[in-house]
Design a protein around this ligand. Sequence first.
Ligand code: AMP
Length: 189
Amino acid sequence: MHLLIMGPQGVGKGTQAVRLGQHYGIQNISTGDIFRYNIKRQTELGKKVKAVIDAGELVTDELTGELVRDVLCLENAREGFILDGYPRNHNQVIDLDATLDEFSLKLDAAISLTADREELVERMLKRAEIEGRDDDTPDAINKRLEIYDTQTAPLVNHYRTRGLLLSVDGIGSVEDITNRIIKELDAFV
Ligand code: AMP
């Protein structure tokens, strides 16, 4: 199963991506997690991206695309993956297509998790209290939602046009949502 999952910040796509990865026995590739890991370890990449991420802005397409390519070129990508948080804009869709072509990989579905805005902001503020992420300040949260609306949300239509879109309601308990996605995905692919 070769999947990607999209959704505005706070919709729970990271949590669902991990659970779907476990269910299907495929690797979970979260660009946000890879960046955070590098920031924590203070690697060269981490130092390069910290300020951008803390401000809620996007890391450059080049850096992010290279990072995804480095993961997808590995042999186990063939067995399946779920990409979480990539692509995030039109350029990244083009880069991803090129990388998938290069390694003869094909997407089976693009999952879009949806929730209304009020619910999202509430969830993110809660997450800020629990996880204390540096980019969960009100300014950075607003910035990320704005970027999602202008750059990432249009990708939903793009994948719909390709016949790959699976839109799933992201409201409910974590377990209910996982079961909902699995049921709809199994019927879809
Ligand atoms: P996330 O955990 O997906 O919310 O990502 C956290 C932050 O990492 C984002 O706000 C961006 O600064 C950066 N990031 C993650 N994925 C991407 C991407 N595909 N393109 C650019 N920046 C990204």
